[in-house]
Design a protein around this ligand. Structure first.
Ligand code: 3PG
Length: 402
């Protein structure tokens, strides 16, 4: 692979900075962590770091969104899953964090607060600039080794992802190593037609993903669900009122031109489940009115999409089909996953929500590859070189010259 792994380093007695991706689905009202899959996965790397002083860092959510919360709950969950004492430090690069790191005796793991509390972590930097950020400069000298184990954010160039990698000895953690190996294998057997089942609420990211996947001939059919499905319905003129999402006009215009450029690729829902006083009610898309809360795809859509999935050579699903947090609206997500599990297609399921859903429905063994990554995986599947992999390769080259 041309990257270093933990096998290349003796970590005993060393202070290591471990960048993971514990960005989890969060309940919009209670702020509870809804799926702990990404936290559970961190344990493998932690176990491989026996004898080291471990400082874990991660982002959670995006500033201004419901899922932008601190890491206190993550620390409790990490302690539960790892069986090791985990101390939450309510600071990222300030004197509290620095003092706690200096005092470490190896008996407990430290989890610092949400990285995106630091302004710099909300911007994409060039690799060179990222190494000069205050975040990197302020704490880099406290560590002997930097471990990148956050494949879901491998497409980002935030300082915590690419900055430390340039100023510290750096290697891949267990999760990243495994994921890249498995994906390399799976891509050698992937065959057409490619069906992409897209849902979730990150509309801008989804539009970019669709663009990339079509360009690289990795999307013969795009089956749309969730908020991105609504955006396409609006672009088709089948939803006639505003959806009240961020940058809606721009998103709808992009969807409109995608449909124009690739008229045979997209399928949108024909029926929808709406939330009527907490109950699921299915209606035809044409009957939707602006006060209806769209919470899931309907039965006819599920039947149509399931047929498309059964004829695919490779299926990639990313993002839940509906308001997965509410039980009566899990039908679309569950049915899509069941159709994929039953099909003969090579299957790749991506994102934290779907990883948790597969577990919940006991379907984990029935798909070929499960990745907690979303946007990063799309870029990987389209053959893009990810900044995180580039940094790891650079670090390996530096190491070989030392
Ligand atoms: C993800 O969930 O895809 C990663 O954690 C990256 O999150 P982001 O899209 O908010 O950067």
């Amino acid at each position: 692979m041309g990257i270093l792994t933990l096998d290349n380093f003796d970590v005993k007695g060393k202070t290591v900075l471990l960048r993971v991706d514990m960005n989890c689905p969060i309940h919009p009202e209670t702020c509870e962590i809804l799926g702990t899959g990404r936290i559970e996965e961190v344990v493998e790397t932690i176990n491989a770091l026996d004898g080291a002083k471990i400082v874990v860092i991660s982002h959670q959510g995006r500033v201004g969104r419901d899922d932008f919360v601190g890491m206190e709950e993550h620390a409790k969950q990490l302690e539960k899953f790892s069986g090791k004492k985990v101390k939450y430090v309510a600071d990222v690069i300030g004197s509290l964090a620095q003092d706690e790191i200096k005092k470490m005796d190896g008996k407990e793991i430290i989890l610092l607060d949400n990285l995106r509390l630091c302004a710099e972590e909300n911007y994409e930097f060039s690799l060179e600039e990222s190494a000069k950020t205050i975040m990197v400069q302020r704490i880099k000298d406290l560590f002997d080794l930097f471990i990148l184990d956050s494949f879901p954010s491998a497409h980002r160039t935030h300082p915590s992802l690419v900055g430390f990698a340039q100023v510290l000895p750096t290697c891949a953690g267990k999760l990243l190593e495994k994921e890249v190996k498995q994906l390399e294998n799976i891509l050698t057997v992937a065959k057409s037609p490619f069906a992409i089942v897209l849902g979730g609420s990150k509309v801008d990211d989804r539009l970019k993903a669709i663009n990339l996947l079509i360009k690289k001939e990795r999307a013969d059919h795009v089956l749309l669900t969730g908020v991105i499905g609504n955006v396409f319905l609006r672009a088709q003129g089948r939803i006639k009122y505003p959806l009240n999402i961020k940058d809606e006009d721009e998103m709808v215009a992009k969807a409109h031109s995608l449909i124009g450029e690739h008229p045979d690729v997209f399928s949108t829902p024909v029926d929808i489940a709406i939330n009527k006083d907490g109950k699921r009610v299915e209606i035809d898309v044409r009957e939707l009115s602006k006060d209806d809360e769209i919470f899931d795809i309907g039965t006819k859509t599920v039947e149509h999409y399931s047929k498309m999935i059964s004829g695919a050579g490779t299926v990639f699903m990313s993002g839940p089909a509906g308001y997965f947090e509410k039980e009566s609206f899990q039908f679309g997500t569950k049915s899509m996953l069941e159709a994929i599990a039953e099909s003969m297609a090579t299957s790749i399921i991506s994102g934290g929500h779907l990883t948790s859903a597969l577990r919940q429905y006991d379907l984990t063994e029935k798909v070929n590859h499960i990745s907690t990554a979303g946007g990063a995986l799309v870029r990987y599947l389209t053959g893009q070189k990810l900044p995180m992999i580039m940094c790891l390769e650079d670090a390996a080259e530096r190491h070989s010259k030392d």
